[in-house]
Design a protein around this ligand. Structure first.
Ligand SMILES: Nc1ncnc2c1ncn2[C@@H]1O[C@H](COP(=O)(O)OP(=O)(O)OP(=O)(O)O)[C@@H](O)[C@H]1O
Length: 918
């Protein structure tokens, strides 16, 4: 049995038992008056009035100062037998030992008060109960070990050994103070115990005093150690053992030398006894006041050995024995004071689990692995918490910034609207003055003058035409095209028919741009009858837009520049007529506006950097999950493979998003603006980085101008920005198919609305045919388009930002028309005469009509609801650009900013095809 549990290498594992902290159980036992006391007519002053209170019944005046009632966990009258004392004052504590909890039962009291009498009984009852417990728990294997020592004159003696040599006390880091070379005997049975108890009694120092013929002159500690293991795990290497000890402590009695009439040896014994008991009293007193300061455990061998039982890992019960005789009043009172302190002492008992060698080896191996890992990654746990703290801090920072941005945007909007109002008033005022002045000459001059104003401002001061249109909205709306033509004719006096058309078309384009931004492409066809005229018209607008390009190079937002120029122009134009006091508010407002914008930029930049890093992380993880190699950005790859339209667009015009972004309240930082400037047409908007969208979306939220469009709103979290579909694929193929068709339809409609390049549409349409893996690209495309569409369609309360967007939308429409024209040119090259004829017939174009190729090109992608039409359009466009194998196009070009390694051969094939269009 002893082999099952190793004593040498065993590590005790303390397991907190939750309520391990408890006070020492303190009881008081009165013994009856003995014969001597009765014969002396000694009076009994003490009375247990109930089970917990003992009182002093004495009316002596000199004792009136002392307390008369003492309460303890239990008090026992003289007639109570030891069994009752055991059961009510010791049993529960003593038997904790079978559950692996250390326990100690003390007997404390003056000499001849009945300590030995009580402890002998309690020891026997406890062992009897332990044996009983062992019998009732056959499933466990028990080992019961017995040892006994006495501390006589501060020397520790082994009561089971004949050797009188004092034993040394050793300090073990795990087991505390241990007695060196102490005999420990494994108990066999009850009779074995009785035998050992007799041996101890025989060995213990007993002496005769006046008070006790058989006075114990030493402190005796009998120790029973119980080890128990579950039998089913024995020998299987994973058993664990409960190990605990119960100490039965029979202290030597405190005595007064005068009372005991001790002298010589007895006096010396008495001194040692009293000194050690004094130390015990001091320890108890200190512990009763809490564990503050030094507790003098080491001042006596008694307290040193019993340290775990005094406020340590043990349950403790103290039975204070008392002589009820008045002659022992002082000693009794001291005993009660000791008991009163003891009941305040708190111990913290633990269940002691000891592992078998094998279990211990396993445990140690695990511990070693843990330590090695900690060594390998020092502070990994702490770095995690540090990271979490950092994140929390960043979150708080972002929230604060969002709040600030909100406030700044509010201030900016206010300043903007004030400035706008001011300028409107200024312009109206100026116009009405001019009107009044001109009306004195002639009506025709009025309009000419008004028109001259507009044109001269545009021509001479670089005042943007679109800005002028915006400022003169009233004029545009109130005057029809005829008025403008007439006005123009009157101005030039000798306009050619061509000029007239250009003017009309320029104006109608402007009106179209501002008033009918969503006018369908088909309607535009009617306005653009003549190809050559159309090109001139385009050229005319491009000239106007070149000024915008210049502005873009200077990195000044359109909004800022427009307003600034408007303000400057207005000031310049009317400085002679307007008092300085009127100009000042405009300058102040403009300054205010710029300050607010600068603050927002400063605030947004770090926020956006943060967002970028998060997006990068998302992209990286996405690309990893796709098994893609992070490469050049999608934008870069698109530029490298894009059609001439993409390139051309990139060189000339600003795009709706870039224009939008530059004018948007929460404008992007410098880097973002530069990046966006690389994409210069609406087709390139498919490449609009998700980060930018997320930024805009964030800004929108800040500005309470969240953009929504049908069922694909932009508002939401970063997760919404085209990343989550990868994480959340459709549940079933049929579900996905339905979803795919729905998304495809929506995309086709948005392409149409946003005037997206036909080449882009064709590539995308032919590339993504319903594979579930395409879901992310569909989602990205859908959201980009939704974003563009929603921005350009929400024009109820038009802002300068939106105005600028409409202009670029017109530009995109024009580019679309040019694209059709280029496709038209390709028809001759890519299609045989027979193929062309067949297509004309199929597409309902009369074979004898003029400009059949152009008609065919203009018929492409015009029916958004007819998927067959869309498919045929896509196939024809692909053929015209030489994209024979659309599936070879790179999907990633349409997705997030990650691409696989591009093979030059693939690119070459497509680029070659595209290049041939030039
Ligand atoms: N509760 C009791 N009922 C009857 N007799 C008792 C009781 N308690 C003690 N006695 C008797 O009192 C005497 C002294 O008891 P005991 O030796 O146990 O005292 P003690 O406190 O151990 O003294 P010391 O400190 O001197 O050893 C004994 O003869 C014992 O039988």
């Amino acid at each position: 049995m002893e082999d099952e549990v190793s004593n040498g290498g065993v590590v005790g594992v303390g397991i907190g038992c939750g309520n391990g902290k408890e006070r020492i159980l303190v009881s008081v036992r009165l013994r009856p008056l003995n014969e001597k006391e009765i014969s002396r007519n000694d009076l009994c002053d003490w009375e247990c009035i109930d089970d917990t209170t003992i009182i002093f019944r004495n009316s002596l005046p000199e004792r009136s100062m002392f307390p008369t009632a003492y309460t303890f966990d239990r008090v026992f009258r003289g007639e109570c037998n030891t069994k009752q004392v055991y059961e009510e004052a010791a049993r529960e504590v003593a038997l904790s030992v079978v559950s692996g909890i250390n326990s100690t039962i003390f007997a404390y009291g003056q000499t001849s008060s009945g300590k030995t009498y009580t402890m002998t009984g309690i020891t026997e009852y406890t062992v009897a109960d332990i044996f009983d417990y062992m019998q009732r728990h056959e499933e466990r294997a028990f080992v019961l070990k017995f040892s006994a020592i006495e501390i006589y004159n501060e020397a520790v003696k082994d009561l089971l050994s004949n050797d009188n040599t004092p034993l040394r006390l050793l300090d073990d880091p795990e087991r505390g103070t241990i007695v060196e070379k102490l005999t420990e005997v494994t108990l066999r049975d009850w009779s074995h115990l009785k035998e050992l108890l007799l041996v101890c009694a025989a060995q213990r120092k007993i002496g005769e005093t006046l008070l006790n013929e058989m006075s114990s002159r030493s402190h005796q500690i009998i120790k029973l150690t119980i080890e128990s293991s579950a039998r089913e795990f024995l020998g299987k290497g994973k058993s664990s053992t409960l190990v605990a000890s119960v100490n039965f402590v029979d202290l030597a009695g405190s005595e007064r030398a005068s009372q005991a009439l001790s002298a010589g040896t007895r006096l010396k014994e008495g001194c040692h006894i009293n000194r050690s008991l004094l130390t015990l009293g001091t320890v108890i007193r200190k512990l009763s006041k809490g564990r503050h300061g030094h507790v003098p455990y080491r001042d006596s061998k008694l307290t040193r050995i019993l340290q775990p039982s005094l406020g340590g890992n043990a349950r403790t019960a103290i039975i204070c024995t008392m002589c009820p005789a008045r002659s022992h009043l002082e000693q009794s009172r001291n005993t009660l004071l000791f008991a009163s302190c003891a009941k305040e002492v708190v111990t913290n008992a633990q269940v002691n689990v000891v592992m078998s060698d094998k279990a211990l080896v396993k445990h140690l191996q695990r511990e070693l692995a843990r330590l090695e890992s900690e060594l390998k990654f020092p502070g990994s746990a702490s770095s995690t918490s540090h990271f979490e703290a950092l994140l929390r801090g960043k979150d708080a920072q972002i929230k604060k910034m969002e709040k600030e941005i909100k406030e700044l945007i509010r201030q900016r909007d206010l300043a903007q609207s004030q400035l706008k109002n001011f300028l409107r008033v200024a312009v109206d005022d100026r116009a009405s003055r001019r009107w009044e002045e001109s009306s004195q000459v002639s009506t025709s001059h009025v309009t000419t003058s008004a028109y001259d104003d507009a044109v001269s401002m545009s021509d001479t001061s670089g005042f943007p035409y679109r800005g002028l249109n915006f400022s003169f909205t009233k004029f545009d709306k109130s005057m029809g095209t005829e008025d403008w033509n007439e006005l123009h004719s009157q101005r030039s006096g000798k306009l050619s028919e061509h000029d007239t058309f250009s003017s009309r078309h320029s104006i109608s384009s402007s009106n179209f741009v501002r008033l009918i931004p969503q006018r369908s492409e088909k309607n535009t066809h009617e306005a653009v009858d003549d190809f050559e005229d159309h090109c001139k018209d385009v050229q005319c607008i491009e000239n106007n837009e070149s000024s915008t390009t210049e502005r873009k190079e200077h990195n000044i937002s359109f909004n800022e520049r427009t307003e600034s120029q408007l303000s400057t122009a207005t000031n310049q134009q009317y400085s002679h007529a307007r008092p300085q006091s009127v100009d000042s508010p405009a300058i102040t407002l403009e300054q205010q506006l710029q300050n607010v914008r600068k603050r927002i930029d400063d605030l947004v930049r770090p926020y956006h950097d943060e967002l970028s890093s998060v997006s990068s992380a998302v992209e990286l993880s996405s690309s990893q999950s796709l098994g893609l190699t992070k490469s050049r950005s999608c934008r870069t790859s698109m530029n490298s493979v894009s059609s001439p339209w993409f390139q051309e667009a990139g060189q000339t015009d600003c795009t709706p998003p870039s224009s939008f972004l530059r004018n948007f309240p929460g404008r992007l930082g410098e880097v973002q603006r530069k990046r966006i400037a690389l994409n210069c047409d609406i087709e390139s908007e498919t490449l609009l980085g998700l980060k930018e969208m997320a930024q805009i979306q964030c800004d929108n939220q800040c500005g309470n101008s969240q953009i929504e469009n049908g069922d694909v709103g932009i508002g939401g979290t970063r997760k919404d920005v085209g990343v989550d579909p990868m994480l959340d694929p459709p549940e079933s193929p049929s579900h996905w198919q339905a979803e795919f068709e729905k998304k495809q339809q929506k995309i086709v409609e948005l392409w149409h609305q946003c005037n997206v390049s036909l080449v882009h549409r064709a590539c995308f349409f032919l590339l993504f045919k319903g594979d579930p893996a395409d879901s992310i690209y569909m989602e990205v495309e859908l959201r980009r388009l939704s974003f563009l569409g929603s921005v350009s369609h929400k024009n109820l309360d038009r802002t300068p930002v939106q105005d600028s967007l409409h202009i670029t939308q017109a530009s995109s429409l024009r580019k679309l028309q040019r694209e059709r024209e280029m496709l038209c040119k390709q028809m001759h090259k890519r299609l045989s005469a027979e193929e062309r004829r067949s297509l004309y017939t199929k597409w309902g174009i009369a074979l004898d009509s003029k400009q059949r190729k152009l008609q065919l090109a203009r018929s492409l992608w015009i029916e958004t609801k007819d998927m067959e039409h869309i498919r045929e359009s896509a196939t024809l466009v692909a053929k015209l650009i030489g994209l024979l194998k659309p599936e070879q196009a790179l999907r990633e070009m349409f997705g997030l900013s990650f691409t696989p390694q591009l093979t030059s051969r693939r690119l070459f094939g497509w680029k070659h095809g595209l290049a041939s269009l030039k």
